[in-house]
Write a protein that binds this ligand. Structure first.
Ligand code: MF3
Ligand code: CO
Length: 260
């Protein structure tokens, strides 16, 4: 089902989006050499609880995972790209960390992810990989608006990823957002212009380009959740939740004011 939010719900979505952005920004700044993924998860839990919000992950048990996720944030390191299950691991200098967070506040969800390099020495290709997902996300946002077709957004995302030289995996992509995290429509990270669902004001979409350096093939970790590149290569993922408005698209998962 595709949900279209009314103005009251959209105002709530802005609150949720700002909260997700603030939590991600705080967690990103705390993710330094030696930080344990389980500490990041505990901080996420504290901040979600303190804000009176609910985790979209902790009890989530979709077909693509093993049982309830049981944690508050996805932490995916290096070759891990999606649904990284937090575990007892201390971040090392040069690790490529993706934080992916979705919460519900006032009955409306927002979902966002960011990839960063931990410490001072980025491994070869890391910045290019992260840059490609960020540019693809920006292109998808720029393409989105009322009466635009979903295929136009997917095509904008896929063109940037493809031109940067990466093969695109079509098993996982973006999605509608609303009273729950994963809703219709599915937003593929590649598509044909002029095709698909016609976007309408009040629709929330999570756009989430993700990429693996030298493969499009995923493997599932022994934990039943974490998805890694089949070749062990580096990966990156960038995600924002946007609202389709009367004259374009509004990014909901940006911090309200710059933080240190
Ligand atoms: N937030 C992720 C996404 O971008 C989904 C995580 S599902 C979980 O769609 F179960 F792994 F948490
Ligand atoms: Co998402």
């Amino acid at each position: 089902m595709i949900e279209i939010l009314n103005p009251t719900e959209l105002a709530r979505a802005r609150e949720t989006g700002a909260l997700v952005a603030e939590i991600l920004q705080t967690l990103r700044s705390r993710s330094t050499v030696g930080t344990n993924l389980l500490e990041i998860d505990a901080w996420a839990r504290e901040m979600i609880t303190a804000a009176g919000a609910q985790s979209c992950y902790v009890d989530y048990a979709p077909s693509f995972g093993r049982g309830p996720f049981g944690h508050y944030i996805c932490t995916s390191v290096n070759d891990a790209v999606l649904h990284g299950l937090p575990h007892d691991y201390a971040l090392a200098d040069g690790d490529l960390l993706t934080l992916d967070l979705a919460v519900s506040l006032g009955g409306v969800v927002a979902d966002s992810a960011v990839s960063v390099v931990v410490g001072g020495s980025a491994p070869a290709g890391a910045e290019a990989l992260i840059g490609a997902t960020e540019r693809a996300l920006a292109a998808g946002i720029a393409a989105a608006g009322p009466d635009v077709r979903l295929g136009d957004v997917s095509h904008a995302i896929g063109s940037v990823l493809g031109e940067a030289g990466y093969a695109i995996n079509t098993e996982f992509g973006g999605h509608g957002v609303g009273s729950t995290m994963h809703q219709d429509p599915h937003v593929a990270n590649t598509g044909r212009p002029g095709r698909g669902y016609r976007l309408r004001p009040g629709l929330l979409l999570a756009l989430e380009p993700w990429i693996m350096a030298d493969t499009a093939e995923l493997v599932t970790d022994a934990d039943g959740w974490t998805l890694r590149s089949a070749t062990g290569c580096l990966t990156a993922h960038s995600e924002h939740t946007i609202a389709i408005t009367d004259d374009g698209a509004e990014v909901l998962t940006l911090p309200r004011r710059p933080q240190a």
